[in-house]
Design a protein around this ligand. Structure first.
Ligand SMILES: [Zn+2]
Length: 235
């Protein structure tokens, strides 16, 4: 099982690794990785894997039957190769800032209006957020954007740690989305924005809300009677 270094330290930009297996020439499994695989509403990391002076661009990272698979743009890595991994940090850092921002916004909106989160997808340049709420308008949303931006000016730490599943499930609102209920594992990873939110989450986050900057509402859409879709961006 690949050691997922991004879960412990989301700021790690490089690591050495050993190729554990290669499938169809281009799908690489490593003994450890800093590359985040697509999942939980967060896109995959890009970057490169180098062996000596050969450079392999990482174009996709996914999880298949529990294994983290890195798709590279050319063949010739072999099992047992010693390689070096480097992230496209600009992309990843933006996704970390967006991901933490999405948790703050969701938490404020749900607490303030009783809205239910039904979906959440980060993209490199925007954050999509689906929720169910009967009464709503742009004013209401802007109010929560302003609230979130207020918190992003404060020195508020973000922590992540594991909790026994049964302890974790006692935290009110720890699972924001029904379909996100994690698999039957003994420990859940909790992402805590101190004093704001605690969620079971496997994504990568910033360590302090001050790193986010500010967010701006881009557009809103009605998707049926109670379903709303909104887009934000970091500014
Ligand atoms: Zn999340």
């Amino acid at each position: 099982m690949t050691q997922a270094l991004y879960l412990e330290n989301s700021y790690r930009k490089e690591c050495d690794a050993i190729v554990v297996s290669v499938k169809d020439g281009k799908f690489i499994v490593l003994d450890q990785t800093i590359f985040y695989p697509k999942g939980g509403g967060q896109p995959w990391d890009t970057g490169n894997i180098t062996k000596g002076n050969e450079v392999y661009n990482v174009v996709y990272v996914g999880k298949f039957s529990g294994e983290i698979s890195h798709e590279v743009d050319r063949e010739s890595l072999r099992e047992g190769d010693m390689v070096h991994c480097a992230l496209n940090w600009e992309r990843r850092y933006k996704l970390m800032r967006s991901h933490t921002a999405a948790h703050v916004f969701a938490s404020l909106l749900c607490e303030g209006t009783g809205a239910l989160v039904t979906g959440n997808q980060l993209e490199e340049d925007r954050i999509r957020f689906d929720f169910s709420l009967e009464k709503y308008d742009r004013e209401i949303l802007n109010k929560y954007v302003d609230k979130a931006n207020g918190l992003f000016r404060k020195d508020i730490p973000v922590k992540w740690y594991e909790l026994l599943r049964e302890e974790a499930l006692k935290i009110p609102g720890v699972i924001k989305m029904a379909e996100a209920l994690p698999p039957d594992i003994p420990y859940l990873r909790i992402v805590e924005i101190v004093g704001v939110d605690k969620q079971a989450d496997g994504g990568t986050h910033v360590r302090n809300l001050r790193e986010i900057g500010q967010i701006k509402l881009l557009k809103t859409k009605n998707k049926g009677k109670y379903n709303r879709r909104v887009y934000f961006t970091l500014v």
